[in-house]
Design a protein around this ligand. Structure first.
Ligand SMILES: [Zn+2]
Length: 566
């Protein structure tokens, strides 16, 4: 597979001047403007522009090495169906972080966070060999244009047109290697923004894969995360013409704020906080009773678990999505007279896998789970189950109140942390949760909730990775697919996959967006589009996301220009 290797900068190489000018149009030009040849004076301008693109790309590559973003790749194999669209048949999952190896200078690797038994590893490798597809490396292939030879000696640049990606005016340029046999060379299209000519999107593939290997087609989007710096945040990949191999995959990168060496950054944050006094009137605080002590231990364990997960950027910092979830929890609390409980908080786990768990007084839902829930009543169902754990005093293991128990690397975290419930606790929480729902404002909408659960049971056998939780409990369990809140299915209508008006579950990516810098989660503003036919329902499926690009740091232009000046 494509990998980073040591390489040198070719900033001073002569630049091939192309027949058609890539000079930017005058500012304020119309969105549909297409670039045209602009006369004999275009030459030096084009050379300068290509020089900026190339040097900016080298800069991006070295900037990337300062960070250690989280990477998640979720892949669905599918079969085309004339009525239902691309129906998933199996799936694959990777979660880890980007790191640059010190053994081979600058070589990018993905360090996995997923515990894996030896048998699982053998099976996975056998499948990769058979298909020539490496789900855990798709993101690496598309991070930069070419890590060794990106310069005008090795590539031809052909301008296509000016167009807008989101709010950013970009020049689309087709590029291909001058030597068609060059291993790992990129062929496809790049989009460069009109301020610094940084690449904001790459769409294409690589050529001349090593023996027994192959490259995929990818569409990689970058966001403006620092002044003048655009870093990869989202990669979509799809293949449909490699024999029987058909798949779609989505990779997300977030948590760029985690520096590759972060000790210094943590000390800085703590020292900034020190300027705010936290507490006064300490003399008035009464001693804790044994009951208070017991609760405090659970609260300490909860805080330790949340802190550690947030530090690994596996859960989002507190934010607006939490508030929406807490409103629904509050509806359940008020109507079930649970006012004696301490305040209940909600958090978002940043992964696509469908899972939830509760600790002492905090409920955590995964991004993927929030995405696929079709309505508020279904969200209430998930929250009612977790609230039931809290009301039944089924708490996180108090062992996590002792701080040494969470001092592990990010790579080991998911195998060390165990917050899943046993079957008896699950059954108890299901019964209590159904009771909460029947007393709640959602009591008349439980047939829709049952429909969602029906769709989950239908999809789960084909998508074990999506339905397989890493920390908490999933919607379904084992091969037999016993499901959560099973009683609600009884009153639910039958699934009608061809009926456009029956929406049982949504596609992944439907609701929550993640800020790629700090991993904060939010609901983007989107308008609902009516569906044309059943193939657009896509329950639990992957669909390409089109990021809305924005310039977040307009002040970066001057700083970057100064840095890149020849
Ligand atoms: Zn549970």
């Amino acid at each position: 597979m494509f990998s980073f290797r040591a390489s040198r900068l070719y900033w001073l190489l002569p630049v091939t001047i192309l027949a058609i000018s890539m000079a930017p149009p005058a500012s304020g030009s119309d969105r549909s403007t297409t670039s045209k040849a602009s006369g004999p004076h275009a030459g030096p301008q084009v050379a300068g522009l290509i020089y900026r693109i190339i040097s900016n790309e080298w800069q991006t590559r070295s900037t990337m090495q300062q960070y250690s973003p989280r990477i998640e790749t979720y892949l669905q194999y599918y079969r085309p169906d004339p009525m239902l669209g691309d129906v998933p048949t199996a799936d694959s999952y990777f979660l880890g972080r980007l790191k640059f190896s010190s053994e081979v200078i600058n070589r990018a690797k993905e360090a996995s966070f997923l515990p894996e038994a030896p048998v699982g590893r053998v099976l996975r490798h056998a499948r990769m060999l058979r298909e020539g597809l490496h789900p855990d490396e798709i993101a690496l292939e598309s991070l930069v244009v070419d890590e060794r030879n990106f310069d005008s000696k090795h590539y031809a640049f052909e301008p296509v047109r000016w167009e807008y990606l989101g709010d950013v005016r970009c020049l689309a340029i087709d590029i291909h290697p001058l030597d068609p046999k060059s291993p790992g060379a990129f062929k496809g299209r790049i989009w460069v923004e009109d301020q610094n000519y940084a690449i904001v999107r790459l769409n294409g593939t690589r050529l001349n894969a090593p023996l027994l290997d192959s490259y995929v087609h990818f569409d990689c989007w970058r966001e403006n995360l620092r002044p003048g710096v655009w870093l990869p945040v989202y990669i979509y990949s799809q293949e449909s013409d490699r024999g029987n191999l058909r798949y779609k995959s989505q990779s997300r990168l977030w948590g760029y704020d985690l520096a590759a060496r972060r000790e210094q950054q943590e000390w800085t944050n703590i020292l900034v906080d020190a300027s705010t006094p936290v507490r006064d009137n300490t003399e008035d605080t009464p001693d804790l009773s044994p009951l208070d002590g017991q609760r405090q231990l659970a609260i300490d364990a909860e805080r330790n678990v949340l802190d550690r997960l947030e530090k690994a950027r596996l859960i989002a910092p507190p934010g607006p999505v939490d508030k929406v979830l807490e409103t629904v929890v509050n509806n359940l609390i008020v109507t079930n007279h649970l006012g004696s409980l301490p305040p209940i908080h909600c958090r978002v786990m940043l992964t696509s896998t469908l899972e939830s768990f509760s600790l002492a007084y905090t409920i955590v839902l995964s991004r993927g789970l929030i995405d696929v829930l079709p309505d508020e009543a279904s969200l209430a169902m998930i929250l009612a189950h977790e609230l039931a754990h809290i009301a039944l005093v089924q708490r996180v293991d108090a062992k996590f109140a002792f701080n040494d128990r969470l001092q592990f690397s990010d790579e080991d975290l998911l195998s060390v942390l165990d917050v899943a419930r046993n079957p008896a606790d699950e059954a108890g929480a299901d019964a209590k949760g159904v009771e909460f729902l029947q007393n709640s404002p959602y009591k008349d909408k439980l047939s829709q909730v049952g429909l969602f659960l029906r769709a989950a049971v239908d999809a789960a056998p084909h998508l074990p990775h999506l339905f397989g939780p890493h920390l908490g409990n999933g919607l379904t369990e084992g091969k037999s697919k016993m499901l959560r809140m099973e009683d609600l299915v009884i009153g639910a209508p039958a699934l009608r996959p061809l009926d456009v008006d029956q929406i049982a579950a949504l596609p992944l990516g439907s609701r929550v967006q993640v800020n790629a810098w700090d991993g904060s989660a939010y609901f983007p503003s989107r308008k609902a589009e009516p569906l044309i036919n059943a193939s657009e329902k896509m329950p639990f499926r992957l669909a390409p996301t089109v990021p809305h690009l924005k310039v977040h740091f307009p002040g970066g232009k001057a700083a970057l220009s100064a840095r890149l000046a020849p």
